[in-house]
Design a protein around this ligand. Sequence first.
Ligand SMILES: Cc1ncc(COP(=O)(O)O)c(C=O)c1O
Length: 474
Amino acid sequence: MPSLTPRRLAAQLGDWRPTNGDPLYAALADRVRLLILDGRITLGARLPAERQLAQHEDLSRTTVAGAYARLRELGFLQSVRGSGSVARLPDGPGIPEPTATTAGLLEFSKATLTAIPLVADAARDAAAMLPQHLGLAGFDLYGLTELREEIADRYTRRGLPTTVDEVMVTLGAQHAIALVARALVARGDRVLVESPSYPHALEAFQQVGARLVTVPVTTENGWDDEALEQVFPRTAPALAYLMPDFHNPTTRTMPAAQRARVVALAERHGTTIVADETMSDLGFDSDAPPPLGVHGTVITIGSVGKSVWGGIRLGWIRAERSTITRLALARTSNDLGNPTLEQLMLLRLLQQYDRVLDSRREQLRAGHALLTGLLRERFPTWRVPEVAGGLTLWVNIGAPLASQLALAARTHGVLIGAGPRFGLDGAFERYLRLPFCYPEPDTRAAIDGLERAWHDIAAHEPSRPVDELLDTVV
Ligand SMILES: Cc1ncc(COP(=O)(O)O)c(C=O)c1O
């Protein structure tokens, strides 16, 4: 069972002290509740003993005891004999509904999209092709040859010559990230990640015992060149996980010259670069930039989870042949391969991928115009970045209130992604990640709820507990 030291919990808590006259114990309980809900405190983690936390945070023991008692009452803590207080979720449905609303809460924290209409056609085509495959196992470790050919040809057309044996189909990009982490990272290895970054990738690397080192990425300036120049020689990371295109969550794209510099730096210091190019195809007007791999040896991860539909649980890894073999060997302890029917669907979709992307881009352009307009009108003090694609806006709300706002938004029925979910140790309290990929009525309703929550905070109104569920942030 993982234990949180008082120092580690304090880092996650950030600036939690209330400015609105709320009792300290209630504000502390609220912040811990949010950390559990959005996955920053993992379920089953042991919280520090009351006395230790009180000492570290310079609080009375009664305050911490009061906060823990409230969390127990709400179902977020459980006292386990001999183990202290352990994070949990309240009883009741623990898995979000597969709809835009979750138990009455409007989902605005994830960047998931409904399917483009061509998916249903592709499913029918795949069903028609299936009989030719029924005499086989129905699943495979590397992927169907025709599909890998299609993926390889697309890389070749984009300027990165690729052969079939340099491609492995996976069960989505998340699976690919976790597989790479398991196969290529040893406990204690340093892994370079961007800050902020995609939380489930951070989890995958942490789970295999990596020590994370960071390089800042901002909406204004992108990747910090100086930090990159320093971090490679100083930390000699075994692996660097980067999102060069429409980086999640800042939506920045790395300029060509910087790409070449980063790949050269990694090569010089013996670091394997893993480029997560899940977002590459989401430019509003332009084709994806050439893959990072054109600059040198890179393991590339791709997926159609965003461009087509997350319901097609398939992605891929492009890497040197020897790396693909290594990944395949590491794969079987966790899963036995890719389902044939879904692969046939993906094949059909990739065969008409330009049409697919046209329809997705139109939707994203409209969603982006709507969200930007609403934010500028309703929250004139917030800093809304200019973006040229992607799915989300990394919005600076001007004050370190993101966690508080996320809790208040829940009381108005809206789930939003607070900045610290995308950082390590409680950073990014001034940021929200807001998606522009939802249908117009949902976006409008979410912004209405967000506006009410913002006014609540401004009016120092205490937020009230509501029923919540564990969320993933995708
Ligand atoms: C940057 C990034 N990589 C990977 C994934 C996971 O992709 P998939 O749905 O293909 O597993 C996501 C999902 O949100 C993502 O944002």
